[in-house]
Design a protein around this ligand. Structure first.
Ligand SMILES: *Cc1c(COP(=O)(O)O)cnc(C)c1O
Length: 228
């Protein structure tokens, strides 16, 4: 069995190879470790092997791990669907939110971000796969949503996030990620972040400009939902 340190090293090589192949600067792609369903000790092991940024989808689960890992200087990213009644805790306990897809949620996050913390980093989740996905704003709604969010005082709009329909076809992967990059470029805003690419398609995402790849399975193995 390979250890988490082995997996991190392997994922790091994949990222490096893809970054070089795309003629992009070294370190232009960051690794977000997606730790949903994994226990706190697994994150501690990943921290010891060098990881700092962790992505969580479920608020209660994330808050529990944050308590257990309060002795470590971790950076927490919320990447799951957001209900209105969860915004306060997310605004208080995270550094980034990648999954904002409507204005009401963004307004609440801005209002509820504690004054003593820096502005909350935000990515707008955009749906480039049409009806197969329930989450994400439509490409048509994106310009107005991005313009509105960019004016909210306690948020810092950084860029876009996408989860295209899974496919093993590299050309289809490239087309979906290229569409996200094009949408970002079409916005007249100073954005520096594209959160896209998971375990099976990070090479394509990096070729199309990803700056965060969100990796779970390739770091921590398959997820087991039977306990929850
Ligand atoms: C679970 C999840 C990931 C990680 O997916 P893997 O295929 O395990 O790498 C990335 N992004 C989001 C939003 C997720 O929910």
């Amino acid at each position: 069995m390979s250890t988490i340190a082995d997996n991190i090293s392997h994922v790091g090589s994949r990222i490096q190879t893809a970054t070089q192949a795309a003629h992009r600067p070294v370190n232009s792609v960051q690794l977000l470790a997606v730790s949903k369903t994994k226990p706190a000790e697994t994150l501690r092991e990943a921290y010891a092997a060098g990881l700092r940024d962790f992505g969580e989808n479920y608020l209660q689960e994330a808050l529990g791990k944050q308590l257990e890992l309060a002795d470590l200087p971790l950076i927490w990213h919320f990447i799951g669907p957001i209900q209105s009644n969860k915004t306060r805790a997310i605004a208080e306990h995270f550094d980034w939110v990648h999954s904002v897809d409507r204005l009401k949620i963004a307004q609440r996050l801005s209002e509820q971000r504690p004054a003593e913390l820096p502005p909350l980093n935000i990515c707008i989740q955009v749906n480039v796969s049409g009806e197969v996905s329930k989450s994400g704003c439509t490409p048509d709604d994106l310009p107005a949503l991005a313009a509105a969010i960019s004016t909210l005082p306690r948020l810092k709009l950084r860029g876009l996030m996408a989860i295209p329909e899974p496919t093993d076809d590299r050309a289809e992967q490239d087309a979906a990620f290229a569409a996200v990059q094009k949408l970002q470029a079409s916005l007249d805003l100073p954005l520096d972040t594209l959160s896209m690419g998971m375990s099976h398609d990070l090479e394509s995402a990096i070729a199309q400009g990803a700056t965060w790849v969100r990796i779970g399975t390739a770091l921590f193995g398959a997820r087991d939902y039977s306990q929850s």
